[in-house]
Unconditional design. Sequence first.
Length: 203
Amino acid sequence: MTIPPRRLILASTSIYRRELLSRLRLPFDVAPPMVDETPEPGEGPANLAVRLALAKAEAVARQHPGAVVIGSDQVATVDGTPIGKPGDFARAQRQLRSLSGREVEFHTALAVTNGQRVAHADIITRCRFRELSDAAIEAYLLAESPYDTAGSAKAEGLGIALMESIQSDDPTAIIGLPLIALTSMLTLFGLDPLMAGNARAAE
């Protein structure tokens, strides 16, 4: 008797996380987590990211018993102070001016649960921005409009040209979903992307 694969759900409406998860070639559904993302008093960036990733995964897991649910959250900081998504051109321009020549630390938290057991991690990425002229900042913003991205730069696109260096153990973490860590976690729940691919090829 063939055991049907576990249902996989991404607890996020982010198009970036959806695209990243699709790289693993596992069938999955998407569900909005409906979680209050307000930081708690005195909560540090790493704790905030992990707490929200767990909350998102657990909220969707309660609605879909038996499914394996992925939650993720990202908090960007400069000198320990969180920086958010700019929302528009003017705010993004000011943000990039303030980040010129400085290092931004991204905490990308990941949580996977089936409602009974939980695995989680915090993947840190350090991005150092080049010294940026106003002309370069304006040209970039007009080309890519990264207003829904903390730090006002999409490292997966033209934003890479703003960077002097990027340091991380997981290159996809900066985009919003650390696939190296995720693959290891999914295997704990019986979902191995490589074995799933072999199974489909044999059908």
